[in-house]
Design a protein around this ligand. Sequence first.
Ligand SMILES: C[S@@+](CC[C@H](N)C(=O)[O-])C[C@H]1O[C@@H](n2cnc3c(N)ncnc32)[C@H](O)[C@@H]1O
Length: 323
Amino acid sequence: MSADTLQKVFKTLSDPTRVRILALLAREELAVQELMAVLGMAQSRVSRHLGILREAGLVSDRRDGTFVFYRFQEPASPAWGDAWSLVERSLAEDPATRRDAVAVARVLEARAARSRSFFDEVGPEWDALRKVFGDDMLRARAIARLVPPGLRVADVGTGTGVLALELAEAGLEVIAVDHSSAMLDAARRKIDEQAATGLELRQGDAAALPLVDGEVDAAFAHMVLQYLASPHEALAEMARIVRPGGRVVVIDFVRHDREWMREELGVQWLGFPPDEIRGALAEAGLSDVRLDVQPPAAQGADLPETFIASATRSSPAPSGVPS
Ligand SMILES: C[S@@+](CC[C@H](N)C(=O)[O-])C[C@H]1O[C@@H](n2cnc3c(N)ncnc32)[C@H](O)[C@@H]1O
């Protein structure tokens, strides 16, 4: 390693705020405003540190409408990698790091609360709004990926239960989960009206699904990821609740720039780049990842493209063979 590189590594990592920022971003992707709240610092200071870290190749950024989100980036060079592992190990015992972790949990809760209050207000009106999110063809394709019938599936973020009812109709046993009691009430009313069977409603968060490991053969999330505080966490949860060999199916918008959707539809994220979804599914321990992009649901309307992604949870290694 050259003396210049060594000096740069030490200089960058010698600042406690920069180290705190790196530790935070290694845990969660955060916007500048969220970092300001966690660190209790002004924008100019946070942005200056982020600039230095980006220049060192330790953070990457991503625009989501008018927000810019930052995340930790594994250092490409061994010099940076070694230095960061050393710092990271020493942070495990650091009380400030533990306090920051609590503050990040509060930021994620604030993201989740925004979505909860939107859906608690919308309730049954959702059926009119949801037309923006998809068409029957997409749902039918999603179901087709799950044949044969008789499987037990989870519908994560079930809303008013439209997809859950379709899945039950197709002969699947459905556990429908949502964190909003208004949405679950609306779903319950619909199930009663249709005297539908094979559905169970459970209230819970996508980041901590109320299902045990491997409880279902497949898990769906239709237009839900864009509402979540941490979509990565939810994908990991979906991977956890499917049995080995089971499938995770996610339908959502491809990255777009329709800012109006934040206000009018309460979304947290303006869609997702397909590569990010492929990466997140693989990171969740899923394999055989497939992703197709579909044109906008309503023809002629100014709507984004939709993606449908599916992936399989690998079978566990045969006994005696470490996985
Ligand atoms: C856009 S709606 C989609 C509903 C349904 N999947 C559909 O296609 O009609 C998003 C749903 O996700 C739920 N949701 C949002 N964040 C959630 C979370 N963190 N945990 C569980 N459900 C969540 C909302 O309450 C809402 O019912």
